[in-house]
Design a protein around this ligand. Structure first.
Ligand code: PRP
Length: 184
């Protein structure tokens, strides 16, 4: 591997490569195939959770061979910190009609599960036909809410992670590979 890609630094914090882009691409192909198969004959609604999911969603959705709808929602709980604030801010008023729809939420990462717990409860009030989650990364040790992720890319340890849409203080989102905070 290119040595320049092994480490990345943001605000004096050092991050070490953790999941290379090629591995991400391969796993997303498998997820796209699985979702297309599972929802064959249906017209699911994919709900992209901004901003972290932008790359995962755009790569995954281009592999979906279904008649589907795509909506976005802006949600934030981390601010510039490395820990969840515990408060979920839905930044964009949404008039999406979830009733009777087969919904797949697209998330980049399930950390404490606070964001998804909030959204799943909200969306469930609209009585969708079904509601599942596709998340590229899941930190099972951190999950406080027992969130079920039907379509999961990778299980990861509790380390702080950046790249491929995930940021630290709004930096590092553009990286094609995923990095984890190196030991200090
Ligand atoms: C991140 C990530 C998830 C959420 C996961 O979003 O994109 O939405 O945190 O953490 P949780 O499981 O502990 O709730 P963030 O608030 O950083 O917003 P962003 O996607 O715009 O960066």
């Amino acid at each position: 591997m290119d040595e320049n890609k092994s480490f990345y630094e943001i605000n004096n914090k050092k991050f070490k490569i953790f999941i290379p882009a090629e591995k991400i691409t391969q796993r997303i192909k498998e997820l796209g195939f699985q979702i297309s198969k599972d929802y064959s004959g249906k017209k699911p609604l994919f709900l992209i959770i901004l901003k972290g999911s932008i790359f995962f969603a755009s790569d995954l959705l281009r592999l979906i061979e279904l008649d589907c709808r795509i909506e976005t929602i802006s949600v934030k709980s981390y601010g510039n910190e490395m820990k969840s604030s515990g408060n979920v801010e839905v930044g964009m008023a949404s008039n999406i009609d979830f009733t009777g729809q087969d919904i797949i939420i697209i998330e980049d990462i399930v950390d404490t599960g606070t964001t998804l717990n909030y959204l799943i409860n909200k969306i469930s009030e609209y009585r969708p036909a079904s509601l599942e989650v596709a998340a590229l990364l899941v930190k099972p040790e951190q999950n406080k809410y027992d969130i079920k992720v039907k379509y999961m890319g990778f299980e990861v340890p509790p380390a702080f992670i950046i790249g491929y849409g995930l940021d630290y203080a709004e930096k590092g989102r553009q990286l094609p590979d995923i990095y984890a905070l190196a030991d200090e």
